[in-house]
Design a protein around this ligand. Structure first.
Ligand SMILES: NC(=O)c1ccc[n+]([C@@H]2O[C@H](COP(=O)([O-])OP(=O)(O)OC[C@H]3O[C@@H](n4cnc5c(N)ncnc54)[C@H](OP(=O)(O)O)[C@@H]3O)[C@@H](O)[C@H]2O)c1
Length: 233
């Protein structure tokens, strides 16, 4: 991995996005990380150090995304990791929640690409973070399953339309050390029992997969499941 790349991480203030931003900043790249609130994103960038800076981008407000991203300069690597949690079911369908997550993860992710694609270099690449719920629904995952399935299709049309830029997605199962799961030991324990390897993926595992997809020029339009073998049985 050569240094000196400009890496834009949308949803880079927490969890997998933040771990990705840290990885690239530590390796000497210039990192722009975003959250909804610019001040929070700037504070996280200071914490991470290196050549990183924070900006505010709200994917639930797609009409404002291009303006929020106007000062990024060129982008070599783009990582889309933002999410807001959603518990939803068809029988008790919460329209506001469904519209919010669908807007954020499908329209919002696409609009970010629309906004920066013209500033991505020929060797540019992006990784979108979906999730295993795309093929493994769980109670309350109606919207999550739908949008992650959408992410799987989105990378294919992006790779097709915006060649030679490359687009891939990672689809993790439960990532044990993300902040979201810290206060849910029972769910983590349950997921652990379903893996033949006796372990769950960590943020480092996911960042490693993201770096592989961004760096390997043969990877394009791929959807990489990362589940420690949980779906084998
Ligand atoms: N954690 C897991 O086990 C797991 C499993 C499968 C898939 N995933 C996927 O992995 C990705 C990262 O998950 P995570 O658990 O690491 O995330 P997280 O810790 O919850 O962080 C979410 C990030 O999204 C940003 N964000 C939230 N709402 C936003 C909005 N409206 N516009 C722009 N940014 C927004 C947050 O920034 P602010 O709060 O600063 O705004 C934060 O940086 C997500 O796409 C998730 O679906 C995670």
């Amino acid at each position: 991995m050569s240094t000196g790349k400009q890496v834009l991480v949308i949803g880079g203030t927490s969890g997998i996005g933040r771990a990705t931003a840290e990885f690239y900043a530590r390796a000497g790249h210039r990192v722009i990380l975003s959250g909804r609130d610019a001040d929070r994103a700037k504070a996280v960038a200071v914490d991470i150090g290196g050549h990183s800076r924070g900006i505010g981008v709200d994917l639930a407000l797609p009409a404002e995304i291009a303006g929020s991203l106007r000062d990024t300069g060129h982008v070599d690597h783009l990582v889309l990791a933002a999410v807001e949690r959603d518990q939803n079911s068809v029988r008790a369908y919460d329209l506001d929640r469904a519209i919010r997550l669908t807007t954020l993860k499908l329209v919002g992710y696409t609009e970010v690409v629309h906004a920066v694609a013209g500033r991505m270099t020929g060797g540019g690449a992006a990784v979108l973070v979906g999730g295993l719920a795309m093929t493994r629904p769980y109670p309350g995952s109606t919207t999550v399953t739908t949008v992650n399935g959408g992410v799987a299709s989105l990378v294919r049309t992006l790779a097709f339309e915006l060649a030679p830029l490359r687009f891939n997605a990672v689809h993790p199962a439960l990532v044990a050390d993300t902040p979201y799961w810290q206060d849910k030991p029972q769910a983590v324990e349950g997921a652990l029992k379903r893996t033949p390897t006796g372990r769950l993926a960590t943020m480092d595992d996911i960042v490693d997969a993201i770096a592989f997809l961004l760096g390997n020029r043969a990877m394009n339009g791929a959807n990489l499941t990362i589940d420690c073998g949980a779906t084998l049985g």
